[in-house]
Write a protein that binds this ligand. Structure first.
Ligand SMILES: NC(=O)c1ccc[n+]([C@@H]2O[C@H](COP(=O)([O-])OP(=O)(O)OC[C@H]3O[C@@H](n4cnc5c(N)ncnc54)[C@H](OP(=O)(O)O)[C@@H]3O)[C@@H](O)[C@H]2O)c1
Length: 251
């Protein structure tokens, strides 16, 4: 079981991350939160401080994670603020307009930079630090969309798929060093990211429930975690549809 006493949350102003942060603080964790939007980050830190006890440290800083040159300094600052890192959660992401990405190479590249390259840059730095310390857990939020390319969102899916494969390799490398690497794969979650979707039907999850699943997966070092769990079976079916049939489906 992993200790979640000192946790760094990257992309902390994401709705799923905010719920995770609140639940972690209620379990006694100290947190360092990195987020892009200064107002949202301030509000989150204030809220967490109210919930925290005297022995819990709540701190954070503003950063655009596309600025990969800052990543090392950000991690160093976070680690120093907490006096060490037991766990890191990487949560930032964007849901691109697939059709706009098809028309605009620069936009497509920026979406891949946000959802894949910025994440694996952080994972590279974190992987080395955690390998040296020989303990802890690194978790990142991917998506079920990363399991198979579909016409409606394959830019996002390709980026999340890249993160998932990277995490697989990192997990394999760090297993011998006592470090758990967790791939979180939510399905549909009711957050601002999906505000324009029709949210009817049984497949939708609430961010607080997904947050609970994230914390469980991090504590137990579960390699690949679907949130909610039934998505494992849905994706098993989807990935086994033969390609000649799949390419004719409108998904
Ligand atoms: N909602 C879903 O259905 C769903 C499903 C599967 C996976 N996910 C994944 O879950 C994670 C959390 O998403 P969410 O649903 O909680 O959505 P959200 O509330 O819209 O959060 C997305 C967050 O990413 C941040 N972000 C985007 N680009 C950034 C950058 N360059 N630097 C720093 N922060 C950046 C945003 O910051 P600002 O506040 O500054 O915009 C925002 O806080 C994402 O990785 C998403 O892909 C979501």
């Amino acid at each position: 079981m992993n200790s979640l006493k000192r946790v760094v949350i990257i992309g902390a102003t994401s709705t799923i991350a905010e719920h995770t942060a609140r639940q972690l603080v209620e379990k006694g964790a100290s947190l360092y939160c990195i987020g892009r939007n200064p107002d949202k980050l301030q509000a989150l830190l204030q809220d967490l401080k109210v919930r925290a006890g005297d022995n819990q440290r709540i701190d954070g800083c503003v950063a655009d994670l596309l600025d990969v040159d800052r990543h090392d300094a950000l991690i160093e600052t976070a680690e120093q603020a907490l006096g060490g890192m037991d766990a890191v959660l990487i949560a930032h992401g964007t849901l691109p307009d697939q059709q706009a990405c098809q028309r605009d190479v620069a936009l497509m590249r920026r979406e891949v930079e946000t959802n894949a390259l910025s994440v694996i840059s952080l994972l590279t730095l974190l992987g080395n630090r955690f390998e040296q310390q020989g303990a802890g857990v690194i978790a990142a939020i991917g998506s079920v969309a990363g399991n198979r390319g579909r016409q409606s969102n394959y830019v996002y899916g390709a980026a999340k798929g890249m993160v998932a494969i990277f995490l697989q390799g990192l997990r394999n490398r760090l297993a011998a060093h006592g470090v758990d690497v967790v791939t979180l794969k939510p399905g549909f979650v009711a957050t601002p990211m999906t505000a324009d979707f029709d949210r009817s039907g049984p497949l939708w999850a609430q961010p607080q429930d997904v947050a609970r699943g994230i914390i469980k997966a991090m504590i137990h070092g579960r390699g690949e975690t679907y949130l909610p769990g039934f998505w494992r079976w849905i994706m098993l079916v989807i990935t086994h549809i033969p390609e000649p049939l799949f390419k004719r489906m409108t998904l």
